[in-house]
Design a protein around this ligand. Structure first.
Ligand code: ATR
Length: 294
């Protein structure tokens, strides 16, 4: 029997009192955030929506300014707007300031905007989930890449007590810029010295875009790391990148980029909707199906 027309158009209850939030980027079409947040909204039975927004690049400031006062409760912000989002905010968390980028904006009723960065906590949460017991403060970290993703990771690692972050980047000058931003616990390492740093590393993180879409990842010799080292890849398409496959083949524990993505969404959901996401929803399984991995 086919559903009644009335039943067919009855989705989740969205009334005039719904809390509205979303994600803003350009392009936004491939973002998995709407899928994740709306699954949580539906399971929690909230009167709420989470929508994608793709302002043209030159209109980002106009778009955000128009939301002052709380027409929208908050936005996640993604590529290429994270730095501009921070610049527009009236107040920012230590993490957002240190990272120089915001992935979360909250619009207060007094017209001000608060900025935060949940990418770093997402990284730490993913390590806790997939490399249980690993202590970020116990050993030096090697970070490959010096873009926005690396910045967010380094800010969180330093706040969590990482003793040293060795930074390797194709463009060494960009790594030096981060040393200036973060200070003496971050060192810029030329490619030829990478092996020395890997032998001391407790954690190795790919924060470059290498490996995205199935290509070769960074060439770092992961078997030089101590056996108990943990290897993280921020790339999640494919889920098992070449970099993570090499790490696993060498017997190192691995942490995938999808777990980071899912973890960064949790504090955003809490900030928008005032409650934790419902634990019973398996958003990882949902995301894996979406990525064609399950
Ligand atoms: P994101 O915000 O995702 O970090 P980004 O700021 O464009 O994006 O940074 C991309 C990172 O991947 C950079 O560290 C970049 O190195 P450069 O600073 O030298 O550009 C790195 N990257 C991208 N393509 C690369 C390649 N083919 N080889 C090595 N590194 C690469």
């Amino acid at each position: 029997m086919s559903p009644s027309p009335e039943r067919a158009i009855t989705g989740p209850a969205i009334t005039g009192a719904a809390i509205v939030a979303g994600v803003c980027g350009a392009p936004i079409r491939h973002s998995m955030s709407p899928l994740i947040h709306n699954a949580w909204i539906a399971a929690a039975g909230l009167d709420a929506v989470y929508a994608p927004f793709a302002p043209t690049e030159d209109r980002f400031e106009t778009f955000i300014d128009g939301l002052r006062g709380g027409a929208v409760r908050g936005l996640n912000v993604t590529i290429p707007f994270k730095e501009r989002a921070l610049a527009l905010a009236d107040t920012a968390s230590d993490l957002a300031r240190m990272a120089g980028a915001a992935n979360l904006l909250i619009f207060e009723s007094d017209g001000t905007i608060q900025a935060d960065n949940t990418d770093g906590p997402g990284l730490l949460g993913a390590i806790e989930a997939q490399a249980s017991g690993y202590d970020v403060a116990a050993a030096p970290v090697v970070v490959l890449g010096a873009g926005g993703a690396a910045r967010g990771a380094i800010a969180a690692l330093l706040l969590a007590g990482a003793p040293q972050v060795s930074l390797i980047n194709r463009t060494l000058a960009r790594a030096h810029e981060l040393v200036e931003t973060f200070g003496s616990r971050v060192v810029a390492v030329p490619e030829e010295d990478l092996a020395d740093h890997l032998t001391q590393a407790g954690l190795v993180i790919n924060a470059t875009s290498l490996g995205l879409g199935g290509g070769a990842g960074p060439g770092a010799q992961l078997d030089l790391t101590p056996l108990e080292a943990v290897v993280v890849d921020m790339v999640y398409k494919p889920l098992r990148t070449e970099f993570l496959r090499r790490a696993a083949a060498a017997g190192r524990r691995t942490v995938d980029g999808l777990e980071m993505l899912l973890r960064q969404a949790v504090p955003s959901f809490e900030a928008f909707y005032g409650q934790a996401p419902p634990a019973e929803v398996d958003v990882r399984a949902l995301a894996l199906r979406h990525l064609g991995e399950a």
